[in-house]
Design a protein around this ligand. Sequence first.
Ligand code: UT7
Length: 330
Amino acid sequence: MTNIRAAITGVHGYVPDYVLTNHELAKYVDTNDEWIVSRTGISERRILKGEGKATSDMAVEAIKGLFEKTGTRPEEVDFVVCGTVTPDMMFPDTANIIADKLGIRNAFTFDVGAACSGFLFSLATGEKFIASGSHKKVLVVGADMMSAIVDYQDRSTCIIFGDGAGAVLLEPARDEGYGIIDSILKSDGSGVVNLHQKAGGSLRPASHATVDAREHFVYQNGRPVFKAAVSGMASVVKEIIRRNGLTADDIAWIAPHQANLRIIESVASMTDFPMEKMMVNIQKYGNTTAATLPLCLWEWENRLKKGDYIILTAFGGGYTWGATLMRWAY
Ligand code: UT7
């Protein structure tokens, strides 16, 4: 067993230019700005427009920025892992397409599903390859073009989701004591009934009937998902603090999945964190699924100090959820 700790050594994000406001959504479905803001905290979200544009294009933009910032060359990258539920196509994986577009030729690449926990689960995967000593420069990506699978006739889901991508560079920590310390990752397959995209897989291959029944869109039964998200994230945040001998006061920031401002507020109150320590950008981007956590880190990067204890936490379809504790390494 080696004892190498993986650290995030750079982060970058990308959101498309097009801003879809609550007011514009109110033209398509029976909703209004007041309802959306008070029930979710979301004012607007970004949408990727343009023929031939896909999830990989947003990820490529995020990684280009990351390469520039960190002085990384494509040939140095040895592993690319991408969390996404909106891959460019059913196969091959979007990570392969991203690598090809960036000229990354010396890496192995694959996608992780895990819905809104996709980045967290990908980060844990990348971390293990660094910790084992087998890999040195890993790109961990969270990218989703939710507008491709959202039903703009369903007011309970179309108001929530947006498009975006973020990526981090993972390397062996240069200084002892920094980097990723611990992760708790959980799944409960019984949650599938409340959050899924029914058709397009082997169970319900695409057909006229599946299209007519609108089965290629996200289905969500919001209330049970809301409750499970609050209790799931709160319990893993408490557990990861406890089992590492820390208290809430030791933690500088929490980056929570951005699904609903009320969920973030409930998690903060159940774990004794003031809202000032919660990273929140849901008002601008909505729920970008696997991209929420790297987009938070990207926006907060200048406020993070070397040595800060940070917790990332997510909850999503599956159900999947978890928390990762790290000491910021730069
Ligand atoms: O990221 C993956 C995990 N996902 C989540 O964590 C999402 C968790 N769930 C939620 O965030 C919330 O449940 C929603 C935002 C999806 C919905 O909010 P809610 O407060 O749970 O509303 P609800 O589904 O209980 O609906 C309450 C009412 C209903 O009307 P009636 O039946 O009481 O007359 C809905 O039809 O609000 C209605 N409604 C709306 N009204 C105006 C639902 N969506 C809208 C809307 N505008 N956009």
